[in-house]
Design a protein around this ligand. Sequence first.
Ligand code: TEU
Length: 574
Amino acid sequence: MVLDGTSPRPASRDALWWQSAVVYQVYPRSFADSDGDGIGDLRGVLAHLDHIAGLGIDVVWLSPVCRSPQADNGYDISDYQDIDPLFGTLADLDALIEAVHERGMRLIMDLVVNHTSDEHPWFVESRRGHLGGKSDWYFWRDARPGSVPGEPGAEPNNWGAAFAGSAWEWCPDRNQYYLHLFSAKQPDLNWENAEVREAVFAMMNWWLDRGVDGFRMDVINFISKDPALPDGEVTATGYGDGMPYFSYGPRVHAYLAEMRRRVFEPRPGTYLTVGEMPGVTPQQAREFTDSKRGQLDMVFQFEHVSLDHDGDKWTQRTVSVNDLRDTLGRWQEALAEEGWNSLYWNNHDQPRVVSRFGDDEGCWFGSATALAIVLHLHRGTPYVYQGEELGMTNAVFDDVTDFRDIESLDYYEQTVVRNQGDPAAALAVLRRKSRDNARTPMQWTSGPGAGFTAGTPWIRVNPNHVWLNAADQRSDPGSVYHLYRQLIGLRHSEPAVARGDFALLDVGNEHVYAFRRRLGSREIRVVANLSAADGTFGRDGLELDQVLLGNRPARERETDRLAPWEARVYLVGT
Ligand code: TEU
């Protein structure tokens, strides 16, 4: 057991080691259950580490495992320095860190510090009132003058919360409201208070001392709010949009700079920091990831996963190849000279990409692999969300009782129960959009419980595990899994993939997404038909037999026609 952080980290080749790395996200609740309670746990992760290492992964990102009432599956933390008994113990985590390091990988934790749980002792103390101590650790405000506290409209401002309803909760103990940008179980920490920042930095140092290799920082661009907390423009929800006042607040750079000074700068070694940043613009991302500032190594931006939102995430918009190319291409360009991209299709908040931008019925294998090829050959650090390497699809939900996610259940409550909307229509929306699509159990085998649990899983297993599972794919060299292995291998072996520059080709082509990567005289060219129709691409000097990899049999490759969802990677020159 390692309690003092002595578990050796993999030696870093250089300070920018993560530029040629691939990260694998584990959502522990849905990954592997070792004790039969139906919920994944740390020992389950340990038992399946070779699946991840076998892909060639460099970094494992663990979604939250700290103590939590689980109102938002662990994104509501009540003790930052202990493991929730659902997932195991600190000793299990130490064993996991050691096993990850033994395999030459690193482990990053989820850092959820925009908010805590309302059951965190800090909040419990804060809500007691104006007696000093932690009274100012959260955002407490009086009701609007002239209103009846607790009544709709009496809230200090008009902001809506991410999970339905107002962003303010009335607290009779204190006779004040508190701010929660997510659920009422997730009060926002007041980063204006230096003691809050010190407490967060001390906790981060404690985890780094323990051996973790960095953090994925949950909604880290929300930590600084405009102190005036002004009303926002009213949206279709009936609430005001507070984003302009908290998504890029006045002190966000100052806080991240302070974090760097207090946590990372004094330490030897190199870490990975990635900030999740809803609403971040390319220009802002460039500032956050500018190596001269050293605030964050990379950020998660949301533009490409908002393309199929029409106003809000619940309203569907059709996405074209041009839309994807415009958005991803713009981000590539913005971070070409300074800053760094992270690349993702999936995480625990997003529907499965093969069901979303691909075609999980008509061309499951082709679309899962074509989308993988496109993403992994962009410039940036790719993230693989558990099951993505198998081409896992959206779930099958028969009924509202099949959903578990707080956001989905709140949506149903608001639209059907409060506003008497059509239950069938609401279900149809959730089937497509729910975060639970990403959270069904990892499909290890074709057997009962998909090999995820010997008990009753906390959320239903996708019935397609009988043909879509890790055991079958690991032994099939033509599987989605092995295509991911090849792509990850290519990033490690081919400097043009890791460090080369990026340029779009064939812009305007309605079917084929084409681009090149170039480093010195090395050039990689990617042509991917992201549609159900045949496509063609401009050859422009390509020798058609120089295919490095593709998702169709080699004998079909010597043509400039692409079958639906066919993708190829060419090596140009020597
Ligand atoms: O997500 C932040 C976020 O803004 C979204 O992706 C969010 O899930 C949105 O509501 C989707 O419609 C992060 C976490 O990834 C998410 O799981 C948490 O629920 C959220 O923060 C609060 O901690």
